[in-house]
Design a protein around this ligand. Structure first.
Ligand SMILES: O=C(O)[C@@H](CO)OP(=O)(O)O
Length: 228
């Protein structure tokens, strides 16, 4: 049966520093490296072994994938990277301290920017310090200046449908190593979560989440691999 494993990258340097990250390319912390390895050990222990991998173009997700696959003895599987699995773009908030923004704008405003369905953060100024627009890896695309979860869904879901779902339907065990909000986009779709309820969904770092699909490609309930 097709199986889907979703992993959010391990703790990043800016998760640790409590800074809005989005498309900025930060590395894993030591704790993040350990979380990624632990995810791989868990897959090995449970015998849930990916046969093909998808990840974003961002270092923290790519490294998490590699560390986990190494622990699982699966570094050799095919791997596809695509910007459409990138984190949601945090606009003009990128690089700023989350607590400082709460102090300045209030908890509610910051919660809306972080978790609302369709309110994007203020736009990033083109060419500003944390604008990835000139990064070679994005040469072929128009890098956004901000994204809400809704806008993130608008690029994650078409990719899911065109590139990942057909692979899964072949009976593969697919791992996607991605980000808090690109994975919220996918989980919202797969678990049929409403626009209101999605505001309450958090995806923890380094914890594999699994969906088993039936032969008509309908996903079952999602579960944490550690609980299976
Ligand atoms: O900063 C970010 O890009 C994300 C994920 O780390 O943060 P948030 O929890 O606010 O979605």
């Amino acid at each position: 049966m097709p199986k889907l494993i979703l992993v959010r990258h391990g703790q990043s340097q800016w998760n640790l520093e409590n800074r809005f990250t989005g498309w900025w390319d930060v590395d894993l912390t030591e704790k993040g490296v350990e979380e990624a390895k632990e995810a791989g050990r868990l897959m090995r222990e449970k015998g849930v072994l990916p046969t093909i991998a998808f990840t974003s173009l961002q270092t923290r997700a790519i490294k998490t994938l590699h560390l986990a696959l190494e622990e699982a003895g699966r570094l050799w599987i095919p791997e596809i990277k695509d910007w459409r699995l990138n984190e949601r773009h945090y606009g003009g908030l990128t690089g700023l301290d989350k607590q400082a923004m709460r102090d300045k704008h209030g908890d509610e405003k910051v919660h809306v920017w972080r978790r609302s369905f369709d309110v994007p953060p203020p736009e990033m100024e083109p060419g500003s310090e944390f604008d990835p627009g000139a990064d070679e890896r994005y040469a072929e695309i128009d890098v956004p200046y901000t994204e809400s979860l809704k806008l993130t869904i608008e690029r994650v879901l078409p990719y899911w449908e065109s590139d990942i779902l057909p692979v899964l339907a072949r009976g593969e065990t697919v791992i996607i190593s991605a980000h808090g909000n690109s994975l919220r986009a996918l989980v919202k779709h797969l678990s049929n979560i409403s626009d209101d309820d999605i505001t309450g969904l958090e995806i923890p770092t380094g914890q594999p989440i699994v969906y088993d699909f039936d032969d008509t490609m309908v996903p079952g309930e999602r579960y944490y691999l550690k609980d299976s």
